[in-house]
Design a protein around this ligand. Structure first.
Ligand code: CA
Ligand code: CA
Ligand code: CA
Ligand code: CA
Ligand code: CA
Length: 386
């Protein structure tokens, strides 16, 4: 309307009339058409001349044309007064996130001058599938995570309008995880993984899930992303001895270094949490520690000091297996060692004389002296009665 304000005073009345007519034409000539995106080139948008009530035969002479619109014209007028698509229109390129997607163009026709405004609504077609930023997402979750723990996942993107954009997510069938979706309004929907049932590293060290995003199309289009979950170990297993009981037989006087037996324990945990070391149990007497030794790494029990059947004929030693976790877990098992006797003692004869002289007429059977024989060895190596 500023053009009207600048007119010379003598022409003001005429210009005011023209401006009024212009406004009237503007108000009455607004046309609106709609076309689907991605249509064919040259597709008909609408019969503008007919809809405006213009005489088709005089259009050329009156300079019927589009005077403004998008920088790169999407539409063109024909000699017959129809508006047609000039090139294939991608709604997502023209409007991005604006909805509805309206393209405004101005059409003029001269003698007399008429200005018409046409709005073309580009209707969305579901021509995009939801896509995830990555085909594969890796997560690390401790096996100690409690049910209910939540892990946010990457959202899928779909450039179509709200109706045909991401509407829902689904997760492949599995025992441990469920899916919930946070609705962030304009920022879309965010999938969140939550732990339904506790993990156990020893049962399954990893889990593979498939996250699928579905749009609002009928039928919906979809896109998927793989989720690989590595379960992080926690020291939740104690070492377990592979034998219910351990026993061995050892000859006395066995040389130092002799291997008696080997204990073995295993631990299901990973790394240091599963590495086992052996030692004597808490309450093993210091005297026993001088007689036997246990190898921390191999579990081998060897002779460390003198073994004397006559001093002790059997031993029961507690052996401890511990893992190398930060807070180690341990278990104990007793090892029974039976010592076998050897004939390593000479019999000792002791004579107790009762009288220094014996009468010549003493009767047979009279006790003249007591003789005793002692042997520290067991019965089998004791004094013979013959
Ligand atoms: Ca879509
Ligand atoms: Ca679309
Ligand atoms: Ca573990
Ligand atoms: Ca362990
Ligand atoms: Ca002996």
């Amino acid at each position: 309307m500023s053009r009207c304000g600048r007119a010379p005073p003598t022409q003001r009345l005429l210009v005011v009339i023209f401006c009024l007519k212009f406004s009237f034409v503007f108000a009455m000539a607004q046309l609106r058409y709609s076309i689907p995106e991605e249509g064919t080139d040259d597709a008909l948008v609408g019969n503008v001349a007919k809809d405006l009530g213009l005489d088709v035969s005089g259009l050329n002479a009156r300079g019927f044309r589009v005077v403004s619109g998008p920088a790169e014209p999407l539409f063109a007028l024909t000699n017959m007064g129809t508006l047609r698509v000039k090139r294939k229109i991608d709604r997502e390129e023209v409007c991005e996130r604006v909805s509805p997607c309206l393209v405004n163009i101005k059409i003029v026709v001269e003698n007399p001058l008429e200005v018409h405004y046409v709005a073309v609504e580009v209707l969305d077609v579901n021509d995009h599938s939801p896509t995830f930023p990555d085909n594969k997402t890796r997560l690390e979750i401790s096996e100690s995570a409690l049910p209910g723990a939540r892990f946010q996942l990457q959202s899928a993107h779909d450039p179509d309008s709200d109706t045909f954009s991401v509407h829902s997510y689904k997760l492949s069938q599995n025992e441990h995880f469920r899916l919930e979706v946070k609705d962030r309004g304009e920022d879309g929907k965010i999938p969140v993984l939550y732990l339904h049932k506790a993990l156990d590293k020893e049962s399954a060290g990893s889990h593979q899930l498939l996250l699928t995003a579905l749009d609002g199309g009928k039928p919906p289009r979809s896109g998927s992303s793989q989720i690989v979950i590595r379960v992080l170990d926690v020291n939740d297993n104690m070492p377990v001895f592979t034998s219910e009981s351990y026993s061995a037989v050892l000859k006395e006087n066995a040389p130092i270094g002799t291997t008696i037996l080997r204990v073995n324990a295993t631990d299901l945990d990973e790394g240091l949490n599963g590495e086992v070391v052996y030692s004597f149990g808490q309450n093993v007497h210091h005297k026993l520690r001088k007689v036997f030794d246990v190898d921390a790494n191999t579990g081998e029990i060897t002779v460390k000091g003198p073994i004397d059947f006559e001093a002790k004929d059997k031993y029961e030693i507690d052996i401890k297996a511990s893992d190398k976790g930060t807070a180690p877990l341990e278990t104990e098992k007793s090892v029974k060692i039976t010592i076998v006797d050897l004939n390593d003692n000479t019999p000792e004869i002791e004579v107790t004389s009762l009288s220094s002289a014996i009468a010549e007429d003493c009767k047979p059977g009279t006790t003249v002296a007591l003789i005793s024989v002692n042997d520290k060895d067991s019965e089998s190596f004791g004094p013979s009665t013959t």
